[in-house]
Design a protein around this ligand. Structure first.
Ligand code: F6P
Length: 326
């Protein structure tokens, strides 16, 4: 028998489509298993400022299809301090919360890891970020929807790129990771993806130009990961203007449009499975783990591994992109 009677749930960091589906799944799986559920608003900030509400099954009705997060989210500087975390712990005790489910990305799980070890508090993480940069899970919640948003936007840009015979650099999110850029490029038939993971191997812009990227085409689309390592789309466009002035170059930065919208079926299912699994994990006595899905199997990934920031890109995808862009 588990000693856990009441579980707190929060979303933190950048929002991601499918977070609501995860909140719904956690809430309902917890209630199904006889647990009380307390919703914490604005991520770790709500733990410090005591913004907590009891949740029943009805609180999560009609949210599976909504983007964003009904729990709101924040990036909380105070939680990074020992004093902030002490206040958070006192709020948890005050409300009788004896375990936490934290939904978010790298920063969220880093905060969870520190808090769990400082206070010996049971926490299970759910990977919710469009960046897909958490190790130990094939996909994070929100990544598939963001990819579809990128695909729709790039398809539209291609129309104008073709009409004007232009080279477009389209910058996508991902923080330090190139998953959105690489898979976005494959999904849109782009000429290349410029990503941080291979930045030390070669000058990706020079390689692109040397490969004669426009020899059989009247327009070109290149997806650029936003990372400072790639320099971003603006910097690359400036280089082209200086070094290859024969090209008519334009830049589009997709920005926060990538974080919004109704989640795809893939994200809703992923979030529902992970949400339910997070309660099973707690009841089985799992602590300090993130729920992952690898090859369609649920797995528990220790926080330390998930946040190591070295989830590798699939080299086969890079090669496929190169071959298909001839
Ligand atoms: O982690 C998700 C993400 O959208 C990153 O891709 C991006 O770098 C960052 O968040 C932007 O954060 P904010 O909305 O706080 O500017």
């Amino acid at each position: 028998m588990s000693s856990i009677k009441c579980v707190g749930i929060l979303t933190s960091g950048g929002d991601a489509p499918g977070m609501n589906a995860a909140v719904r799944a956690v809430t309902r799986a917890a209630i199904y298993n006889g647990l009380e559920v307390k919703a914490i608003y604005r991520g770790y900030k709500g733990l410090i400022t005591d913004e907590i509400e009891n949740f029943r099954t009805q609180n999560v009705s009609n949210i599976i299809q909504q983007g964003g997060t009904i729990l709101k989210t924040a990036r909380c500087k105070e939680f990074m301090t020992p004093e902030g975390r002490q206040l958070a712990y006192e709020t948890l005790k005050k409300h009788g919360i004896d375990a936490l489910i934290c939904i978010g990305g790298d920063g969220t799980l880093t905060g969870a890891r520190i808090f769990a070890s400082e206070f010996d508090f049971p926490i299970v993480g759910i990977p919710g970020t469009i960046d897909n940069d958490l190790f130990g899970t094939d996909n994070t919640i929100g990544y598939d929807t963001a990819l579809n948003t990128i695909m729709d936007a790039v398809d539209k840009i291609r129309d104008t790129a073709t009409s004007h015979e232009r080279l477009f650099f389209i910058e996508v999110m991902g923080r330090d990771a190139g998953f959105l850029a690489l898979n976005g490029a494959i999904a849109t038939g782009a000429e290349a993806a410029i990503i941080p993971e291979i930045a030390t191997e070669n000058d990706q812009l020079t390689e692109l130009i040397r490969n004669g990227f426009r020899k059989s085409k009247n327009s070109s689309i290149v997806l650029v990961a936003e990372s400072p390592i790639t320099g971003g789309a603006m910097a690359l466009a400036d280089r082209v203007k200086n070094e290859y002035p024969q090209y008519d170059v334009r830049v589009t930065i997709l920005g926060h449009i990538q974080r919004g919208g109704s989640p795809s079926a893939i994200d809703r299912i992923l979030a529902s499975r992970m949400g339910a699994a997070s309660i099973d994990a707690l009841l089985e006595g799992q602590r300090n783990v993130m729920i992952g899905i690898q090859n369609d199997e649920l797995v528990y990934v220790p926080f330390n591994k998930a946040i190591k920031n070295d989830k590798p890109i699939n080299r086969e995808l890079l090669n496929t992109l190169r071959i298909l862009s001839i």
